[in-house]
Design a protein around this ligand. Structure first.
Ligand SMILES: O=C(O)CCC(=O)C(=O)O
Ligand SMILES: [Fe+2]
Length: 298
């Protein structure tokens, strides 16, 4: 390990600040070190990097194939692998989420460059999906292990774009289990009725945001953050008045591995009238069932 490297943990559940590395000139050995730190701390912060767009993209490529955002256009750069979120353009992710879980292959990791942070506020919080899962009671863990959930891109105005993922995801490298439902993109637990699903999702998505599972980071311009989307969620605090601009590159995803196969069939009413309920329609559509729409105005 590099002698100048300093790693400071920031919270009990996850997060570390790393100094003594220049990400603009990162070596293959340093990438190996960063990957292992990421597995250990889940989210890493590198202050004072001030990477330009090319260096940011080059850094991302060390971790895998990059993907552009499927729905957000970036008007500020020609580089399709990078996109920018400016608060003045509505680019504030203030619901807990893991990135792009409405896709079959949600992103593996994201790398953020804080270009312009407000003088006060605009911190980002991350939560450990491992810690949240491990702190559930054994019966609830067991129930969640056997369930799947439907995610959609409704926050981007595209609720027809859907994917089903296990509710508990096994990290392919650490083999640890983490909760994989989030407030922003998860709509429905497939094997429960819509009422039961709403109740349990409400509980779990609040649970993962419990302060003891989180780290809160106060930004400065030029800081790079990177996180593992397979075992964390994040949330931006909208407590600022000035402009806030971040740029992101995203490493393309893999197939979430389930703790075990779903133990139950999807709970949707397939009889003609029941299947037209607005609560079951989206899930029915995803599952490819034919539904008779008796009354579109219901
Ligand atoms: O603005 C931030 O701090 C995080 C934004 C976000 O959710 C993301 O880039 O994935
Ligand atoms: Fe995000």
């Amino acid at each position: 390990m590099d002698n100048n490297l300093s790693v400071t943990r920031l919270a009990g559940a996850l997060g570390a600040e790393v100094r003594g590395l220049s990400l603009a000139n990162v070596t293959p050995d340093e990438i190996v070190t960063i990957k292992s730190l990421l597995l250990e701390h889940l989210v890493l912060f590198f202050p004072d990097q001030f990477l330009d767009i090319n260096a940011h993209v080059a850094l991302g490529r060390h971790f895998g194939k990059l993907e552009s955002h499927p729905h957000l256009n970036n008007p500020f750069t020609q580089n399709s692998e990078l996109f920018e979120l400016a608060a003045s353009h509505g680019g504030v992710a203030d619901e807990w989420h893991s990135d792009i879980t409405f896709q079959r292959h949600p992103s593996v990791m994201s790398i953020l460059n804080m270009v312009k942070c407000p003088s006060v506020g605009g911190d980002t919080l991350w939560a450990s999906a491992y810690a949240a899962y491990e702190a559930l009671s054994p019966p609830l863990r067991d129930l969640c292990d056997g369930l799947t959930a439907l995610h959609d891109a409704a926050p981007h105005g595209k609720s027809e774009i859907t994917a089903i993922h296990p509710m508990v995801r096994v990290h392919p490298e650490t083999q640890r289990k983490g909760l994989f439902v989030n407030e922003h993109f998860t709509r429905r637990i497939v094997e429960l009725s819509h009422q039961e699903s709403a109740l349990l999702l409400e509980y779990l998505t609040r649970w993962i945001a419990s302060p003891r599972f989180t780290v809160r980071y106060h930004w400065q311009d030029g800081t790079i953050a990177m996180w593992d989307n397979r075992c964390t969620q994040h949330f931006v605090l909208t407590d600022f008045d000035e402009e806030r601009i971040i740029q992101r590159v995203t490493v393309a995803g893999d197939t979430p591995e389930a703790a075990e196969p779903p133990r139950w069939e999807p709970y949707v009413r397939t009889e003609s009238v029941g299947a037209t309920s607005r609560y079951d329609r989206q899930l029915n559509d995803h599952l490819g069932r034919r539904i008779m729409t008796l009354d579109n105005n219901s």
